[in-house]
Design a binder for this molecule. Structure first.
Ligand code: MSP
Length: 531
């Protein structure tokens, strides 16, 4: 959609992913959630800007490259091209841009940002002595560490020993921003969500903030500090800036004004503190607006612990998508886990959900309805003539589902949006079972023909709304359903259907050509792919 002056886009981001290794389900989970939100907003008719990308500097990536015997730049190029860009296609992500922190546009703008803060007196030289977790790329607080064997101190997230740093570094005067951050959390409760995370961060900041070490001087895989080339910028304060560098910060003020501030940074709960404490403090120092919302979702767990490559529990998204398809992948993770809470994945549970909700639920409903319109009305959607109480129930459920789903998206309750549409699918399935159109079809009496027409119209019209409401999460199946209903010809492209109008009854015109297409959710292969 063309941008108009003053027409700010809805700007949603994922974290940028470390290229130390290949993606696993946890990364794809964030991307898919952000993608659903982006697609939903597009379908409201809003202009949307959806950004994702890769975080390539720092020790974590440098050590992976060293272990593979290649330069970090070569390693990053390889991982981005063979893994991180392809996985976006695997999960059907509709991002508008992809930023790499090694790109010139990023490097230049990051240097400009920090030079400006340095010139304004927000940065000073000091000494950092303390624990650091390379897997988190984080300076750790002693009291948060866990005890390992032989007095070792472990990172509570990765369970790995922290390293003790002793470096002369530059520091950002972050402590000066504690009061302004607390005021931000107070005045804008929507700034950090869910509520539990907001409370956690408020108590963290209330304890007082330390200044932040923002440079490293013991290795060189990073953006050179513009005022002191013996240092590179600390990877996090380079990476966080991707959200503004990709939006045109400092070089393209008009474009920047149409995108920034971000409406939503979607992050895992492990990195909420970087996004809701350090990041707004950096922006305040620079005089740039802070993002509107940082939403922290939960973790995908394996054996009760965060799925991670470090712990060798990562499953590649392709392994799941090859077996279940990308729509089912997207649907399952967003539907089965309450968004904001942790959740577990199991092959068995996913198979059960696929079979009951997708294949036997929506898929079966769509194919039964199309088959009956084909058999009894030669594939032409009939006109409903005796809309009665049973049809009223469906029309009301449809309006209710559309309203609830739309409202749930604004609360980031993605699972509730899906549940609302699922309830509609369930209600239509019950309706068809109760109305028994195959029995009504046995009679040629005018009244029975009229009844049959009404039943099939009602089911098809409900499927029209289901295609619109599920399009953000299952674009392929929804597109196929839209085609099967003959809706594209009558109502235009699915992407052009507004979610806020989806609940209005009677949009699919009688006369539409309904065709039975391939199963939306085919029977699963016997064995998991690759086993
Ligand atoms: N590079 C940083 C982010 C910088 S953003 C300015 C980083 N990268 S990461 O690759 O380690 O993780 C990025 C995100 O992947 C996490 O915040 C989270 O959104 C997602 N996940 C990684 N593992 C996950 C799970 N096991 N479960 C759910 N999400 C997880 O942190």
């Amino acid at each position: 959609m063309a941008a108009e002056a003053g027409d700010k886009a809805f700007y949603v981001t994922t974290p940028i992913y470390y290229v130390n290794d290949a993606p696993h389900l946890g990364h794809a989970y964030t991307t898919v959630a952000a993608d659903m939100i982006a697609r939903w907003h597009r379908q409201r008719g809003e202009r949307v800007w959806f950004l994702t990308g890769t975080d390539e500097h720092g020790q974590k990536v440098m050590r992976s490259a060293e272990a593979a015997g290649v330069e970090p730049s070569e390693w990053s190029d390889r991982l981005v091209e063979t893994e991180w860009k392809p996985v976006l296609e695997v999960v059907d992500a509709s991002n508008d841009d992809f930023i790499r922190t090694t790109e010139q546009r990023h490097v230049e703008r990051v240097q400009r940002f920090w030079q400006a803060l340095y010139d304004a007196g927000h940065v000073y030289e000091g000494r950092y002595e303390g624990p650091y977790c390379v897997s988190c790329e984080e300076f750790k607080i002693e009291s948060e560490l866990e005890d390992g064997q032989d007095g070792e101190k472990l990172c509570p997230i990765h369970g790995r020993p922290v390293e003790i740093l002793s470096e002369t570094n530059y520091f950002f005067r972050m402590s000066a921003f504690a009061d302004r951050l607390l005021a931000l959390y107070e005045e804008h409760p929507e700034f950090v969500q869910p509520e539990s995370m907001r409370n956690e961060l408020i108590s963290f900041v209330r304890q007082g903030l330390q200044d932040l070490s923002i440079t490293r001087s013991t290795f060189d895989w990073g953006i050179p500090v513009p005022w002191d080339p013996d240092h590179v910028l600390y990877v996090w304060i380079d990476a966080l800036l991707n959200y503004v560098t990709a939006a045109g910060y400092s070089t393209n003020p008009e474009a920047f004004a149409q995108i920034w501030p971000a409406d939503l940074h979607l992050v895992g709960k492990d990195i909420a503190r970087f996004h809701a404490v350090i990041w707004p403090a950096m922006l305040m120092a620079a005089g740039i607006d802070v993002p509107r919302t940082v939403f922290a979702h939960g973790w995908l767990l394996v054996g009760g612990q965060k799925m991670s490559k470090t712990k060798l529990t990562g499953i590649h998204p392709r392994d799941i998508v090859d077996h279940f398809g990308s729509d089912a992948f997207r649907y399952y993770f967003l539907r089965a886990i309450q968004f904001g809470s942790d959740g577990s994945f199991s092959w068995e549970h996913m198979t059960a959900v696929y079979t009951s909700e997708l294949a036997n639920g929506l898929g079966n409903l769509a194919s039964r309805v199309a088959a009956m319109v084909g058999r009894y009305f030669d594939g032409t959607l009939p006109k409903p003539t005796d809309h009665g109480p049973a049809e009223d129930v469906i029309a009301e459920k449809l309006a209710d589902a559309a309203r609830r789903a739309d409202a749930a998206i604004d609360r980031f309750a993605l699972h509730e949006a899906l549940a609302a549409t699922n309830e509609l699918v369930g209600a239509v399935n019950v309706y068809v079972t109760e109305q028994e159109p195959w029995k009504v079809a046995k009679s040629d009496a005018d009244s029975d023909r009229a009844r049959l027409a009404t039943i099939l119209y009602t089911a098809a019209e409900a499927l029209r709304a289901i295609a619109v409401l599920h399009n953000a999460v299952m674009p392929k199946a929804s597109g196929a359903l839209w085609e099967s209903l003959g809706a594209a010809e009558q109502l235009g492209a699915l992407a052009e259907q507004r979610v806020q109008d989806a609940g209005t009854w009677g949009q699919l015109p009688p006369g539409a050509t309904v065709t039975k297409t391939a199963a939306l959710f085919p029977r699963l292969p016997e064995e998991p792919a690759g086993s």
